[in-house]
Design a protein around this ligand. Structure first.
Ligand code: ADP
Length: 379
């Protein structure tokens, strides 16, 4: 479903610069300013902001307060302290950078920071800000204490990133007023604001940019017990009955990622519904996971194809480009979505020559190989 701000938000939520939504993917195009009629902030959940096609429900599932946010205790505690200290000093919160794999809660925390600090929330993404002018329009519209959330901040063009430096450090921007030989610019003061960046690739940010964030927090994959709480919470929001054993099964197979857990649960809910079951039990969960091609380690079809490709390389290493071409995914997707889980399971390792199977990975491939290739391996 294409993202249309008019469909989902009230008149007080207006698009930021970054412009037309129709020609971009929902994630790239989302660029909104939030605040209700009283000027109070809204969270992403209240905005009902969809993240990607087919994920409209995601916004509804987002925790609305920090207390509802499950896990990441160290990060949450650090944020509470920072928000409280800034409030005591009467200053805007320092700039914040969230890093971590997709679906771990970076966007959610961005919204919650605005909520906790009583700040108005403006959200956009790196790809939506293609020129410094896009950013200038956005920055000059900010009021004191506002929170500007930039998703996929590693995808900001260098010129835009450098333009942000002065805004972050001294709350000023230089706006060009004449082009060509007599080019001139005027320096405009900005209201003190908080930039919250989210990135899946912290390593792609320059040291100069990273250094300008006073608060940097990395989100880690969730342990099963926390995912159990997240899945149970989602089931309650969706008003779906869920047996404890089925809940644990979903948690175990969710690759440590709340977004994956929620996606699996929604598909199991579909299955329970068409089977006319009152709740999701272990039988429905097992059937649903089988239908989704998700195995006991949380591996999906693409993971298996990656392992198969490496196995056919006869113990040799393959570059990520070769793997991407071999299975028809982008390098970025391999590196952000699939590889981290395979690394965590120690089925794959990174070497200077590329990616290769570990001995566990080879064993996994042998155990899951077709009978004829097993025979070939055996000699
Ligand atoms: P990211 O921005 O890191 O890709 P999101 O913040 O969009 O991840 O989170 C994806 C989904 O996972 C959200 O809809 C939210 O419902 C859920 N989620 C993430 N972290 C948590 C958490 N700690 N507790 C409960 N739900 C969470």
């Amino acid at each position: 479903m294409p993202f249309s701000p008019a469909d989902t938000v009230r008149r007080d939520v207006v698009p930021c610069s970054g412009g037309q939504h129709g020609d971009r993917s929902p994630r790239e195009g989302r660029s909104i300013t939030a605040g209700d009629d009283m000027g109070r902030p809204r969270t992403f959940a209240q905005l009902n902001l969809p993240d990607a096609p087919g994920e409209e429900l995601e916004a509804e599932l987002r925790p609305r307060t920090l207390a509802e946010f499950v896990g990441q205790l160290r990060v949450v505690e650090n944020l509470r302290i920072a928000v409280k200290a800034a409030a005591l000093r009467g200053e805007p919160l320092d700039h914040v950078l969230f890093s971590g794999l997709p679906g771990l809660g970076k966007t959610t925390l961005g919204g919650l920071l605005a909520h906790e600090s009583g700040a108005r929330l403006h959200a956009t993404s790196g790809p939506a800000l293609s020129r410094p002018a896009d950013l200038a329009g956005l920055l000059t519209g900010l009021e004191r204490g506002d929170l500007l959330f930039i998703d996929e901040i590693h995808r900001l063009p260098v010129a835009v990133e450098e333009y942000l430096y002065g805004a972050m450090e001294d709350f000023v921007i230089d706006v060009p007023i004449e082009q060509g030989l007599g080019a001139r610019s005027v320096r405009l003061p900005l209201q003190p604001f908080t930039l919250v960046g989210a990135t899946t690739r912290e390593g792609r940010l320059t040291g100069a940019f990273r250094g300008r964030f006073g608060i940097r927090e990395k989100l880690e994959p969730y342990p099963v017990l926390e995912l159990v709480r997240i899945v149970a919470r989602t089931a309650a929001i969706l008003r779906t009955g869920l047996d404890p054993d089925a809940c644990e099964l979903v948690a175990v197979r969710s690759r440590g990622t709340p977004r994956v857990a929620n996606r699996i649960l929604r598909r199991l809910r579909d299955l329970a519904q068409v089977r006319a079951r009152d709740s999701i039990d272990v039988e429905i969960a097992n059937e649903g996971l089988f239908r989704l091609g998700i195995d006991e380690f949380g591996l999906e079809e693409t993971d298996r194809r990656i392992l198969g490709l490496l196995h056919r390389a006869d113990g040799g290493a393959l570059g990520v480009k070769t793997i991407a071409a071999g299975i028809g995914e982008t390098e970025e997707t391999i590196e952000e979505v699939y590889e981290p889980h395979l690394l965590r399971l120690e089925l794959l390792r990174k070497t200077s020559r590329g990616r290769e199977l570990t001995s566990q990975g080879r064993r996994w491939c042998l155990d899951h190989a077709e009978p004829e290739s097993k025979a070939r391996e055996a000699g």
